[in-house]
Design a protein around this ligand. Structure first.
Ligand code: FAD
Length: 418
């Protein structure tokens, strides 16, 4: 069977690997000149298998006005008359109920558990390193209300999820001596020892390298794709000057997936949620982090990556609904730099330019994995802020559904029609 994977971000590459391992002939097409150049390469590096809460929730709705009014705060929405965005917003409101949050959390935890196993399997079977580490994750809270909620959540998860420890401010700083936050500015934290991190750019580059070694795999770069439909069926894609046919097409174009779906005649509920990152060097060994850290109220994450060229810390955050513009806005980048300056002892000049990427997010934050309304087109996209965490699990589920295997997690949770 010949499958054409549209998109060579982390989701497309993981899918191509799973399909190739299952014996398919695979063609991968991307408009960029190499792998992982959309939302994947500069992401927050967190393999966040236990922190899967959706963006839409009663809590988010409650705090939305304050978050939007905060000058250079973590969330920004550019007002615009865009019917797709309005439709997505209605979906977001519908997803903001307690019942939906519980269902999404259950679905994402199941997919994340599958993904944790599958990511390790890819690491082993492809024999690639990507600085994966079981580093543990410390989430620190500055406000009494958010810490109280986190403490309740940790207590509710006791015995059902991963082991977690609730820490007071002094214990947070003892757990992570590299943090430069004063104990007086913290209410406390939650530490989850089993959480992992890894460099998604290295994963994409090295997995693409392994795929390139296979005769049954073809890459086509620098080719934007548009659909070629015949009698309502996707029979080929126009990739630059070439028309590429296949038995099946898998849509993994990240934030570009919505436009492709629109050209096929159906609505895909995905918006671009722009985020920023910097990758900076600690000033000295005491400034290195042991764990990944989330500064929850500032919605910023810090991940230590042990590159061969020396230790670096990836600092990532911001959730901007500003359309498809991928440019680095210096004002928004400054919010990330400020977050790093105030929490870490790092050399900000080691990355003066920063990076921005567009997270492809659905209203309920779950990816869409399954059939589309168009014959020949299969969906594996919309992974929002957890695409690195969920890529290998999603690839496994997509491959099972496409090739008729028994699904490892409940597919209805991720169908377009859910
Ligand atoms: C700042 C930031 C921090 C993040 N932190 C984390 C984290 O810590 N942990 C985590 O799990 N996730 C994180 N994420 C989310 C994760 O990075 C994304 O969910 C993931 O990268 C999405 O992968 P993708 O393959 O679906 O999309 P992309 O990586 O965007 O890939 C899509 C590809 O499609 C191509 N494309 C698009 N349209 C077309 C077209 N018409 N023709 C041809 N090619 C096209 C693009 O060139 C691109 O290569 C973060 C994201 C950001 C932005």
């Amino acid at each position: 069977m010949h499958v054409c994977v549209l998109g060579a971000g982390v989701v497309g590459l993981a899918t191509a690997w799973a399909l190739s391992e299952a014996g398919c002939e695979v063609t991968i097409i991307d408009g960029a000149s190499g792998p992982g150049q959309g939302a994947s390469a500069g992401n927050g590096a967190q393999l966040s298998y236990n922190f899967v809460a959706p963006l839409a929730s009663p809590d988010t709705l409650l705090h939305l006005p304050a978050m939007l009014l905060e000058p250079n705060g973590p969330l920004r929405i550019k007002p615009r008359l865009d019917l797709d965005f309005l439709r997505w917003g209605v979906g977001f409101l519908r997803a903001s109920t307690g019942r939906m949050v519980r269902e999404t959390t259950a679905a994402q935890l199941a997919l994340a558990a599958l993904s944790q196993r599958e990511t390790m399997a890819v690491e082993r079977d492809a024999a690639i390193g990507f600085y994966r580490k079981v580093a543990g994750k410390l989430v620190v809270y500055r406000h009494p209300a958010t810490f109280a909620t986190a403490r309740r959540q940790a207590e509710a998860q006791r015995g059902i999820g991963a082991a977690q420890m609730v820490l007071d401010p002094a214990a947070c700083l003892a757990q992570e001596p590299g943090l430069r936050i004063r104990a007086a500015d913290l209410q406390g934290g939650v530490f989850t020892p089993s959480e992992e991190l890894g460099d998604c750019a290295a994963f994409c580059d090295r997995l693409a390298g392994r795929l390139r070694e296979r005769n049954s795999v073809t890459f086509i770069w620098d080719a934007r794709v548009t659909p070629v439909l015949r009698d309502g069926q996707l029979v080929a894609v126009q990739a630059g000057a070439r028309e590429i046919g296949a038995d099946h097409f898998v849509l993994s174009l990240g934030s570009g997936a919505r436009d492709f779906a629109k050209a096929c005649g159906f609505y895909l509920p995905i918006q671009a949620m722009k985020g920023y990152s910097i990758t900076v060097r600690p000033r000295n060994p005491a400034g290195e982090l042991r764990h990944s850290v989330t500064d929850a109220d500032r919605k910023i994450v810090f991940a230590p990556l042990a590159h061969e060229s020396g230790a670096v810390i990836r600092v990532a955050g911001n959730a901007d609904f500003v359309g498809e513009d991928r440019g680095v806005d210096p004002v928004r980048l400054e919010a990330i730099r400020k977050g790093a300056r105030e929490a870490l002892d790092v050399d900000l000049e080691s990355d003066p330019l920063g990076w921005a990427g567009l997270r492809p997010i659905t209203p309920d934050s779950r990816p869409i994995i399954g059939a589309s309304p168009v014959a020949g087109l299969f969906l594996n996209t919309g992974h929002g802020g957890l695409g690195w965490t969920l890529a290998c699990g999603s690839a496994r589920l997509a491959t099972e559904l496409l090739l008729g295997g028994t699904p490892s997690v409940e597919p209805g949770w991720f169908s377009l029609a859910r």
